[in-house]
Write a protein that binds this ligand. Sequence first.
Ligand SMILES: [Zn+2]
Length: 239
Amino acid sequence: MTEPTPWQHLGGPSHVMRSTAARALVNIGLVVGSERALVVDTGCGPRHATEILAGVRTVTKLPLVVANTHAHWDHFFGNAVFKHDGVSDFWAHAAARRDMTVTGESQRDAVSGVEPEMAAGEGPGTDLVLPTRVVRQGPVVLDLGNLSVTLFTLGPAHTEGDLLVGAPGVLFAGDVLEEGAEPQFGDADRGGWIRVLRMLAGMGGEYPVMVPGHGNPVTADFAARMADAMDRGAFRKAR
Ligand SMILES: [Zn+2]
């Protein structure tokens, strides 16, 4: 029904899908082990998630695990489609799970244009599926088979519950990194965000590729520039 969504291979087991223009331009990550594959973020509702899942299945038939990078609609509203496909482990930061619980229903309005069923909460795949596994202060290592991925937090930044996903050589950063658009401060901790960006700026050796929540993959230098800009008071007019 739609054209195949393009994956960009990031090297090793990691891929990123740039979502189609009809939906939010959120990046979806995919890390493929020998026994399981990890999907990073699930899109903004059943229409989008069905496209994402079909795209995932062109790469791997393995059982899936999901990680949601934070509690904003374009990153977790597709969870129900993955649950229906058999996924039982949905990982998120504990604070993100709490925020999804509190604000999930009120975020439905945001998708009325692209996901009318999700906005109305009517139809298959429109349930709010909350994370079943949480990351707190310490990192969690997921074994995907011959490959491990680290789920961790560096503290409040874009939201209180930002989860970072570290695969070999590639870091999926959610909206903590934002390329091609201004950072979104609606739920942000500006001072914390600058601190986290400075930490990311020092992690380029371990993660030569960093995948923002939106836009093109970047490097640690980009995180440093983003921190400098925020520190100078840039983006003050951003929401
Ligand atoms: Zn966000």
